[in-house]
Ligand binder design. Sequence first.
Ligand SMILES: Nc1nc2c(ncn2[C@@H]2O[C@H](COP(=O)(O)OP(=O)(O)OP(=O)(O)O)[C@@H](O)[C@H]2O)c(=O)[nH]1
Ligand SMILES: [Mg+2]
Length: 226
Amino acid sequence: MSPVTVRTISIEEAVHGKNLAVAQENRARFGNAGVLAANLLSSPGAGKTALLEATLRDTHADMPGAVIVGDLQTDNDAQRLGRWGATAIQVTTGDICHLDAGMVQRAMAELDLASLSVVYLENVGNLVCPTSFDLGESLRVALMSVTEGEDKPLKYPGAFKWADLILVTKIDLADAVGFDRDAALSNLKRVSPAARILEVSSRSGAGMEQWYETLRGRLPARERKP
Ligand SMILES: Nc1nc2c(ncn2[C@@H]2O[C@H](COP(=O)(O)OP(=O)(O)OP(=O)(O)O)[C@@H](O)[C@H]2O)c(=O)[nH]1
Ligand SMILES: [Mg+2]
């Protein structure tokens, strides 16, 4: 093995080790504040921001939320999310294809955690990089839209194995695109047998109550340390 290769590996290990340490700090902060931190990932355009817009609109009264959203460029998503009266903090990652724990920690400093039930972490849209970076979340949500093709879980198994909860999104479009529901669910269960799967549409509202109930069921007890 050449010295160059050895050095590359050690830098990667250092990056991941440092990220994990910061993620544990974030997790402790969220936990101490009684806040559920949910990390959402999907391919670009699968409907993360639309899902969160509907969620903020429908649950703000009983489950106040804020969003930390990562994109390579633009603050479009934070602008969309901010319309619902919740705090939305845009992290522009440049050429980095994922949020990391340090980015979340800096953004968290702008949030009043005591006033929140949930902090949604909308990751940069892709099914590969985000799974390697723990952000300090306690719920991992992967989205797959009906327009992407039923084979995506087989092509990108890491994203779906990573998830506690899988949302099949845009089900209002299922018939129009000839979505093969049985094949999609079977592929998802094959790569991620333990994950819960919900079928939702933020456009029609179908399945959204089940998503909200799942979030409510995952809220930690509000026991703050002194
Ligand atoms: N018909 C339909 N369209 C949807 C639904 N959810 C999202 N869309 C549309 O899909 C497109 C992408 O949605 P976004 O919410 O921006 O997707 P995203 O995953 O946040 O995208 P990135 O942040 O760029 O990765 C938009 O045009 C949405 O209006 C849905 O449930 N039904
Ligand atoms: Mg988005």
